[in-house]
Design a protein. Structure first.
Length: 72
């Protein structure tokens, strides 16, 4: 399992403090919306070359933890 805390950051100076993937301005929310719209992992990675598969897993783990669903 990916430790999302190493990949998801929230900084008031970046995207108004929304959680983003470290080193990018790509909000976790944006990734989750793409996945919810049935966009494939490969398509997301192709459209956002700054992301890795681990970044997408971190976004999912973050969402899970924020909503109280622990998977560890």
């Amino acid at each position: 399992m990916t430790n999302w805390r190493e990949r998801v950051l929230s900084d008031p100076q970046v995207m108004f403090g929304k959680p983003v993937i470290a080193g990018t301005r790509i909000p976790v929310e944006h990734i989750l919306r793409k996945l919810a719209a049935d966009m494939s992992l490969d398509a997301i990675l192709r459209d956002y070359p700054a992301l890795t598969a681990e970044d997408i897993q971190a976004a999912l783990a973050y969402a899970s933890d924020v909503n109280g669903v622990r998977s560890d």
